[in-house]
Design a protein around this ligand. Structure first.
Ligand code: ZN
Length: 198
């Protein structure tokens, strides 16, 4: 399969954040453009920046970027894609790939004071390797698999799009990754069809 980097394709270089769920936005770091797969992750730094944008890693964490972050990130992404696709299709989900990441993510409870002077009990990761950085993403995926209503976990209906989203709309009728992208592409195609039919 021919895989382009986003810089070669016409799109932006930032992965679309349309999933409304961390685990689905993980899958959305791979997209499709004119029939070709686009991988928004080409370097360890790409993965780190994505984690920062998702709020998983704070921007202040300026430590060394683990040199296996891309490799491990792609491996986790493949495991999550397999698990979510299987769960969506109603099949038995293989848990080993994800468990590998969950088990490599040691956390401990931490009390924090919030801005209003109240107290929060949070959990923080205790490592800084690739597995620890990716741990919260693996946990989000595990929670999605266990807790989500999979009728609302869907892929964009456009045939040239592979993006996933969690439909949190009131009517539960969301069809597109984004109206601006695939919704409008669909409308334009319908319009062309109608005008040809006349
Ligand atoms: Zn789409």
């Amino acid at each position: 399969m021919n895989i382009m980097t986003p810089r070669e394709s016409a799109g932006t270089s930032e992965a679309p954040q349309v999933g409304d769920h961390l685990a689905l936005d993980l899958l959305n770091t791979e997209a499709r453009n004119h029939g070709q797969t686009v991988d928004y992750w080409a370097t360890d730094e790409d993965v780190r920046q994505w984690l920062v944008r998702q709020g998983v890693v704070t921007g202040h964490a300026r430590g060394e970027v683990p040199t296996d972050l891309l490799l491990r990130g792609r491996e986790l992404r493949a495991a999550v894609r397999e698990a979510i696709s299987t769960r969506k299709a109603g099949g038995p989900v293989a848990v080993d790939g994800l468990n590998h990441y969950l088990q490599a993510y040691p956390t401990s409870p931490l009390l924090r004071r919030d801005d209003a002077g109240g107290l929060l009990l949070t959990r923080v990761g205790r490592g800084d390797g690739a597995a620890s950085l990716l741990g919260p993403v693996a946990e989000a995926a595990a929670r999605l698999l266990v807790e989500a209503d999979f009728a609302l976990v869907r892929q964009c209906e456009h045939p040239d799009c592979i993006l996933w989203f969690y439909d949190r709309t009131k009517s539960h009728k969301r069809r597109w990754c984004s109206m601006a992208q695939c919704g409008n592409r669909h409308k334009a195609a319908q319009f062309r069809k109608r005008s040809h039919a006349v």
